[in-house]
Design a protein around this ligand. Sequence first.
Ligand SMILES: C[S@@+](CC[C@H](N)C(=O)[O-])C[C@H]1O[C@@H](n2cnc3c(N)ncnc32)[C@H](O)[C@@H]1O
Length: 198
Amino acid sequence: MKLNWAERWAVNNPLRPLQQRLEMGWFEKRAGLGTGKECILEVGCGRGAGARLIQRAFAPRHLQAMDLDMDMILRAKRYLSPEARKGIAFYVGDVSRLPYRDGQLDALFGFGVLHHIPDWQGGLAEIARVLKTGGIYAFEELYPSLYQNVLTRRILLHPAENRFRSGDLRQALAAVGLELRDSIENRKIAILGVAVKR
Ligand SMILES: C[S@@+](CC[C@H](N)C(=O)[O-])C[C@H]1O[C@@H](n2cnc3c(N)ncnc32)[C@H](O)[C@@H]1O
């Protein structure tokens, strides 16, 4: 689901890349990925700040970044300088239908994306499908008590049904063969996690 004006403002604010930088520092320590992997994908890349951080941290041979929303991809092309976006292939697409073979990717990153997908379990299954055995899924996700509370449900736009909380997410990860290796979580609010494809 595309973002409404309020969340567009929230994710494109100047502090968001600082938050992503801190999160990337944590991913770097926990993912055990190293540099020079063959292929990494960022889903729901928004304006591309995350892709740039992935490039700096892991320098994969191929880095791709995709988003459902063409406006976000255009924004990424404006936000990153030509130098910064060298080596990052941006495209419009849907997490639920990724254009990769089974087991093709070394790692996949998603900053705040899964909770925007009506069939998030399907999105997660697709993420697991394209990762190779031992591949890494690094993610930041939010829970409904943050984005659908009495205040935020009036301002933000998210799918109303089939929402996940901590237990649901953990169960769904396990169901698609993604083992949660490490996480930092406030069980009411949000989680930062690194999972490994088994
Ligand atoms: C909360 S924003 C996060 C953007 C960026 N990752 C960041 O952290 O600043 C969620 C992003 O996911 C994208 N998105 C939502 N559903 C998607 C889907 N099914 N496939 C790909 N991207 C999707 C939205 O367009 C939006 O850019």
